[in-house]
Design a binder for this molecule. Structure first.
Ligand code: G1P
Length: 291
């Protein structure tokens, strides 16, 4: 088995009901934070982690995502005729970021199912899964941090962060022992437990490095909470056969699938933006002082 990580699976089949009405005709992954759609932040993290092959798990109504990363002859010709070279460079940059393969998830049967349908495209090699709702702002890309852990341990790794205990029922929760700073050997995983079921508050955020054995584990996984095939449940099966690790990454995570999380991400990325950051900071100060 080739153990270099070449592919990233990005599930984008979800309907985005948490963001209606904005997502009625536009995929939620195309909602803009400052000047680019959220999916572009995800793809840039993947590319900065040396991955060029992206497997989108898609559904009908999501073609805007593929188009965003595609070459646009019409647009590039127009921009070059008008002499708008700065914009042309930006548009070209996007179309050269990645190669995309799209796989259809024909039924909404859960995250585990979304990963399962990529088996023939991924093949017998480790890969990463990145969820579009979780944006991570960090110096070293979160996926890259995880690949480093994977390369050392050669076993699957999930990214985790501590959440308030009252919120464990929103996440896949990991129980385990810390074997070195920030790395846990996983003993058990539970998808969206009620707070009285676990003492752990280590929540999986949407970054996974998976060995291909996950596919056979997924096939054995029965529908879990919500009647969906849960990736967390498949990982809980996998850890019975192989070691599995959780990694507390360095960085700040935003739940961009949630209205408040999206706003927080917008403010943070705007403050960091080279063009608008300084002026936006002044504006925020004015607004805050009037509160
Ligand atoms: C999914 C996973 C969950 C994980 C979460 C991270 O849940 O099932 O284990 O903690 O992503 O964002 P979802 O947010 O799709 O309900």
């Amino acid at each position: 088995m080739d153990m270099t990580i070449k592919k990233a699976v990005i599930p984008v089949a979800g309907l985005g009901t948490r963001f209606l009405p904005a997502t009625k005709a536009i995929p939620k992954e195309m909602l803009t934070i400052v000047d680019r759609p959220t999916i572009q932040y995800i793809v840039e993290e993947v590319v900065a982690s040396n991955i060029k092959e992206v497997v989108l798990v898609s559904a009908s109504g999501k073609s805007a995502i593929e188009n965003h990363f595609d070459y646009s002859f019409e647009l590039e010709t127009f921009l070059s005729q008008k002499g708008k070279f700065e914009l042309l460079r930006e548009v070209r940059h996007i179309s050269r970021l990645i190669n995309i393969v799209s796989v259809r998830q024909k039924e909404p049967l859960g995250l585990g199912h979304a990963v399962m349908v990529t088996e023939t495209v991924v093949g017998d090699e480790p890969f990463v899964v990145v969820l579009g709702d979780d944006l991570v702002d960090s110096e070293v890309p979160c996926v890259y941090q995880m690949i480093k852990v994977f390369n050392r341990l050669q076993e699957s790794v999930v990214a985790v962060e501590r959440v308030p205990h009252s919120e464990v029922n929103r996440y896949g929760i990991v129980e385990g022992e810390e074997i070195e700073k920030g790395v846990f050997k996983v003993r058990r995983l539970i998808e969206k437990p009620s707070p009285n079921v676990t003492r752990s508050n280590l929540a999986i955020i949407g970054r996974y490095v998976l060995r291909p054995e996950i596919f056979s584990s997924l096939k054995r996984t029965l529908p879990g909470i919500g009647g969906e095939i849960q990736l967390t449940d498949a990982l809980d099966n996998l850890r019975k056969e192989r070691s599995l690790y959780a990694y507390e990454f360095n960085g700040r995570r935003f739940d961009a699938g949630d209205k408040l999380g999206f706003l927080k991400a917008t403010v943070t990325y705007a403050l960091e933006h080279p063009d608008v950051g300084a002026e936006f900071a002044n504006y925020i100060k004015t607004v805050a002082s009037a509160l």
